[in-house]
Ligand binder design. Sequence first.
Ligand SMILES: [Cu+2]
Length: 460
Amino acid sequence: MSHERKSITAATDGETCVLSRRALLLAGATGGALAAASPARGAAATIAASPERAPSPGRAVRDYLPVTVPNGAKLPWKLVGGVKVFHLVAGEVDHEMAPGLKALCWGYNGRVHGPLIEAVEGDRVRIYVTNRLPAATTVHWHAILTPNGMDGVGGLTQKAIQPGETFKYEFTLRQWGTAMYHSHHDEMTQIGLGMTGLFVIHPRRPQRPVDRDFAIMLHEWRIDPGARRPNPNEMVEFNVLTMNARAFPGTAPLVVRTGQRVRVRIGNLSPMDHHPIHLHGHQFRVTETDGGPVAESAQWPETTVLVPTGSTRTIEFVAHEPGDWAMHCHMTHHVMNQMGHGTPNLIGVQPGNLDQQMEAVVPGYMTMGQTGMADMADMGMAVPANSIPMLGGKGKHDVITMGGMFTVLKVRDGIRGYGDPGWYDGPAGDTARAAVADDLRRDGIDAERPAPVEDQSPTG
Ligand SMILES: [Cu+2]
């Protein structure tokens, strides 16, 4: 205690401003020292109350590695009297989920989801919210420790923000980690139409530095083919599943250099579903939840992390293996787009010349799914206006029979920039290919005979 007091007092005796800030940081880091600086301690209390003695507002690069938001945006800020000032404008947004699929959503600052807010532990933030929607709204700072009156729950902690009004939220960030923001007024409609965003708070003292730091917000929508407005009344049958509000093949890849330490922050404010996000080719650790960092001794290796709705999960790994690695939700209906859900089960059906007969009365008719859904990935398939095939993006080798909540981690040796490097060109010997006769002969494989199994059932 004497050491901390000495540091703070020294700052009042003509020491530089830098030293006083350091002293304050020191005091904060030792825990409780500021609280102990009661008015009885005179000078120390003055320092604690003086805004210019607060930790200086965190700056990108100097204090943190900025987060990368694939397909997304960030919210700019300006400094006013030591406070970071942000402005969110809620409004309607004509948003493209993937090439060929647009939707009239609700978001912030012309974006769906809202731009990512990035700040540093200890920062004082003032966030103005202007409502340009036809309905009232509020903003809740999800998982952020705020005074009760700043919590943004319509009716409970504040009046709703009426159309045309601008409200002001202000608080000091007392934590670090990955939080979110979202409407807390008529959530079914407003979250359903996309009114969510990520809120990243970097630690004041760098922890576990990484080379690449990504942020992805998960969401799900019901957009009937031909419709422009997502249906917020949907409870079960979501047909557009998104990462940063884009469905594959509209998702941008995550590009990293081989050997880099990578962090991916994943938030989920889907109306109804939890998403198990699976990464190929790597083992990661879950290092944070929206409740804060996970102690190293409590982290365990994973390749799939369940991100419940209303939560964030942060994973970290070393990108040791060059290649194009899939990263996607493992719910199979969450990696397909419209029309892939609720179709009759026609696998094995022999349609004969049904398609030709139907074509005469229903132009463009085809019996869907008699060999599974992969045919639907055909890029030339006709689809209704404003809809996209249920599966499929062009890949290096073939059509990728995926849609929805699917993206690619692109790991490359020696790259200098992080633009899309194209498809991975790996060693030919390390690529699966059709077996040739010599392979089959050498290894005694007869593809024409029934495949062997070792039967494990009891033999008596
Ligand atoms: Cu999912």
